[in-house]
Write a protein that binds this ligand. Structure first.
Ligand code: ADP
Length: 260
């Protein structure tokens, strides 16, 4: 009898090990797939502007006596593709830096009201071009222990999106609030909104609801992934509510004191 017990125990133990081994393998595979997917997305995104530039340059080089205005037009297109490539590279570098497990946090006691006022001041000219009203509502003075540069990037991305994916003559309302533990930044817009089936994907790297629109506005699909990483580094959270065609609201929550 005792033999059987031992055998059973051994079997159960082995089963346990095999199961956890399978689970680990599964996780590794998932990690690997997402890494492979990321690398393949990166190469695709980086190649697209290069391909356009190649076509534009080739057609200029193979034509004889190109009229000056055509020449200028093609060069302007090439220049735009260069800007695009630079934006993708700088967003990627930002993302990769923030993705590192050992990302250095430069923590300071930061006046959040001033930080957000500064961001809106920088973005106001862009909003004004399309007559979009940009309003800040601060419910209380907030000081929090954050990495100012990183947090600024995260909030800037939200407000930039609220302007980019808005209608002419629309509005963007930013509000700041806090309780005893967290501060909250809410960015609401009167824009195009986000369809229900897309909502779960918008924080993924390179995901764009409307590729053409994102491209037109200089989007790379990395903005919200960067924002999410910054919020994770601060042990905060972000939520989004939207109604397609009516607008979106992004709400982030960050602890007032950094959790080491
Ligand atoms: P992008 O560089 O394309 O703006 P993001 O990562 O910032 O990339 O956003 C991903 C996608 O989510 C955008 O392409 C857009 O389709 C959608 N999106 C983000 N913010 C908004 C918003 N405020 N209103 C509508 N759609 C948005």
């Amino acid at each position: 009898e005792s033999d059987i017990v031992i055998e059973n125990a051994g079997y159960v133990e082995l089963r346990g090990i095999t199961d956890s081994f399978q689970a680990v393998l599964g996780r590794l595979r998932a990690l690997d797939t997402s890494r492979q997917e990321f690398v393949s997305n990166v190469s695709h995104e980086l190649k697209t502007p290069i391909t356009s530039m190649r076509v534009l340059a080739d057609s200029l080089l193979t034509q004889e006596n190109v009229p000056a205005e055509i020449y200028r037009e093609f060069m302007a297109d090439i220049s735009e593709e260069i800007d695009r490539e630079s934006k993708i590279i700088s967003d990627l570098l930002a993302l990769v830096k923030l993705d590192k497990a050992a990302t250095e946090m430069n923590l300071d006691q930061v006046n959040i009201n001033e930080l957000v006022e500064g961001i809106l001041k920088r973005l106001r000219p862009i909003a004004e071009k399309r007559n979009i009203e940009l309003v800040l509502e601060s419910f209380r003075p907030i000081t929090a222990e954050v990495d100012e540069v990183k947090l600024s990037l995260a909030i800037t991305n939200l407000v930039e999106n609220a302007i980019k994916y808005n209608k002419d003559d629309g509005w963007v309302h930013v509000s700041l609030n806090a309780d005893h533990k967290y501060f909250f930044v809410k960015v609401a817009d009167s824009g195009v909104g986000i369809p229900e089936d897309a909502a779960q994907h918008i924080f993924e790297r390179f995901y764009r609801v409307d590729k053409a629109r994102s491209r037109e506005t200089g989007g790379t699909g990395l903005g919200l992934a960067i924002t999410q990483n910054v919020i994770n580094l601060h042990h905060g959270a972000i939520k989004m509510y939207s109604r397609a065609g009516e607008g979106s609201t992004f709400m982030m929550r960050i602890p007032l004191s950094y959790i080491a």
